[in-house]
Design a protein around this ligand. Structure first.
Ligand SMILES: [Mg+2]
Length: 236
């Protein structure tokens, strides 16, 4: 389906990272295995005891504070002298780029779109995990590292557009968080797609017999289950 009025307007495709380009395995391993293991070794504790301690400390800070996202902060707080790069290398086998990603980025790039990353993760996590995809992206924006924002707000997206020198209407953003990747970018006019990789059955199908079904169906147009669907989307 191609909507003539939109063709030619879109210049930029933006992607979230965790859950969108890569699976969550690597980040989870670094935070929940690597750091507790290093702490256990330093303190002479069992892994379980170290894990409990580390987890309590994480929870005490919580995801609404900027420190939560900063690995250097945590390494220092736990007195760990292990360089972040070494820790990352230990778990690089856990990085899983979803299988359709490279093909889709290739097509978009060849069609002349500018591709960018818009993630909540700290820059070092983004860059390490997306190394094999580096050639596709012209810019990498981290809400936490670049803007000191803990979530991708509508203001965050407005700043990204400003830095790119494009109107929100010229941007397509895709990510797997309903609020931070879908509702917030839509607030300022970005064409956002919600990626639901585990979706079995669309909400439109479930509700198609009642009046809500119409609304769900419209919304469903912007819910995709893998990135290939972007290539058939009205904006492409
Ligand atoms: Mg995500």
């Amino acid at each position: 389906m191609v909507r003539a009025q939109r063709v030619g307007e879109v210049q930029v495709f933006s992607f979230d990272v965790d859950g969108t380009l890569v699976g969550p395995g690597f980040a989870d391993s670094v935070w929940l295995r690597g750091i507790p293991a290093a702490y256990a070794e330093k303190e002479g504790l069992s892994f379980e005891a170290a894990f409990e301690h580390i987890k309590r400390e994480y929870d005490q800070i919580g995801e609404n504070r900027i420190e939560w996202y900063k690995i250097d902060y945590w390494l220092k707080r736990f007195g760990l002298e292990i360089p972040c790069e070494k820790l990352f290398n230990e778990y690089k086998g856990e990085i899983r780029i979803y299988e359709e990603v490279e093909g889709v980025l290739n097509v978009l790039k060849e069609e002349g779109y500018e591709l960018i990353i818009s993630s909540n993760a700290a820059t070092e996590f983004i860059e390490f995990q997306t190394k094999p995809l580096k050639k596709f992206f012209s810019r990498v924006f981290s809400a936490t590292s670049d803007f000191r924002e803990v979530k991708k707000s509508d203001d965050y997206y407005a700043r990204v557009c400003e830095l790119l020198g494009v109107k929100p209407q010229a941007v397509v953003h895709t990510g797997d968080h309903w609020v931070f990747d879908f509702l917030n970018p839509r607030k300022i006019g970005i064409n956002a797609y919600y990626l639901a990789r585990n979706r079995r059955r669309s909400r439109a199908d479930e509700k198609s017999t009642n009046s809500e079904g119409v609304k769900a169906k419209e919304e469903d147009e912007f819910v995709i289950s893998d990135l290939n669907e972007l290539l058939d989307s009205p904006v492409c």
